[in-house]
Design a binder for this molecule. Structure first.
Ligand code: NAP
Length: 307
């Protein structure tokens, strides 16, 4: 007798992975996180799979930090093509990788795993995704910009490294814990030893998380990036208030939960241009698709699926 196939779920768990998931089209890709309900990656990646006529599905998996090791073991056994990692797994997952690419080593965080010959290969596509998003939103390249990055966690480190690699004009890092921002700036020092000089302001620096420091820097940067979760939850205010922003700056918020995040709203109030993190989600996801399938991702189809 033919086995009855179950209906696809919006979120799977470790228990589902243990029993094996029987659905019409096999699940061989997914995102592991907690919380993960909000993730838009399944609709984006499923649209790409359909367009490319790849018969598999991408699913959400709610996996706690304690379950991560087991989940990755099962992903390997079930011959997944790969997975994305989101909060809180991007750092913890490093210890379970067989191979880490250069970006992963430098950033200390992984957002894409590819399963190849039973091994887990780790990549980080956040930085390049961010770069493409900025080009798309503002028609500028990072190398032409003076950039203030808020946050020195996984996303902040990926973004700061990309800015450094693309030889941006200036990079300023502000983080809640100042020492962490300073550590990040120090790790990028080699990239900024070239001949570009900017008068009295240093090309690379970490600043304290203070209104006075923000006020001064806004006059000396072109792009402000929010790589903190401030603004993610309802009722939260912008990490930088509108009164400190100015019409000349471009503002990129990596948060995409709302079209008009508190920071994007503050940018608009200040007469500046602002964009949310949907474009970064798209491009980091498209780069992940490329890692998994070694082929060009159908970008327009993916974009349409999340807009
Ligand atoms: P994370 O590793 O937890 O890092 C968060 C950073 O923000 C930490 O350095 C933390 O500083 C800082 N921070 C948090 N609250 C703060 C506050 N009140 N004041 C000052 N600094 C504060 O998180 P993550 O993985 O980097 O993610 C950060 C954000 O990026 C999230 O909102 C995520 O959604 C977004 N993201 C978006 C995309 C996309 O595709 N659009 C991709 C990746 C990430 P401390 O060191 O002091 O704790």
């Amino acid at each position: 007798m033919k086995k009855k196939l179950g209906a696809a779920k919006s979120v799977y768990t470790l228990a589902d992975l243990k029993k094996g998931i029987d659905v019409q089209s096999p699940i061989r890709l997914g995102v592991l996180g907690d919380p993960v309900e909000h993730s838009l990656s399944p609709q984006m990646q499923d649209a790409a799979l359909k367009q490319c006529k790849v018969d598999m599905q991408y699913a959400r998996f709610r996996i706690s930090p304690d379950e991560l090791r087991h989940a990755l073991k099962l992903i390997r056994q079930l011959e997944f093509v790969g997975v994305n990692l989101t909060i809180p797994h991007k750092i913890k997952a490093l210890e379970f990788l067989d191979v880490r690419d250069e970006n992963v080593k430098r950033i200390g965080a992984v957002n894409v795993i590819k399963v190849e010959s039973g091994k887990l290969l780790g990549f980080n596509t956040d930085g390049r995704g961010f770069s493409r998003a900025v080009r798309e939103e503002f028609s500028v390249d990072l190398r032409d910009l003076r950039i203030l990055v808020l946050g020195a966690g996984g996303a902040g480190r990926a973004i700061a490294l990309q800015c450094a690699k693309e030889n941006c004009e200036r990079l300023v890092i502000a983080n809640g814990t100042f020492e962490k921002g300073q550590e990040l700036a120090d790790s990028l020092r080699d990239f900024f030893s070239g001949p570009k000089v900017f008068g009295p302001v240093p090309r690379l620096q970490a600043i304290p998380w203070e209104e006075k420091a923000f006020r001064f820097q806004i006059g000396n940067v072109d792009l402000v990036v929010n790589a903190t979760p401030i603004g993610l939850n309802r009722g939260e205010t912008s990490p930088i208030p509108a009164r400190l922003l100015a019409p000349h700056v471009m503002v990129y918020d990596t948060i995409y939960s709302d079209k008009r995040t508190p920071l994007v709203a503050a940018a608009i109030e200040a007469g500046a241009r602002g964009a949310n993190g949907l474009s970064m989600l798209l491009h980091q996801g498209a780069l992940a698709f490329e890692v998994w399938f070694q082929r060009e991702p159908p970008l327009d189809v993916m974009r349409k699926a999340i807009s």
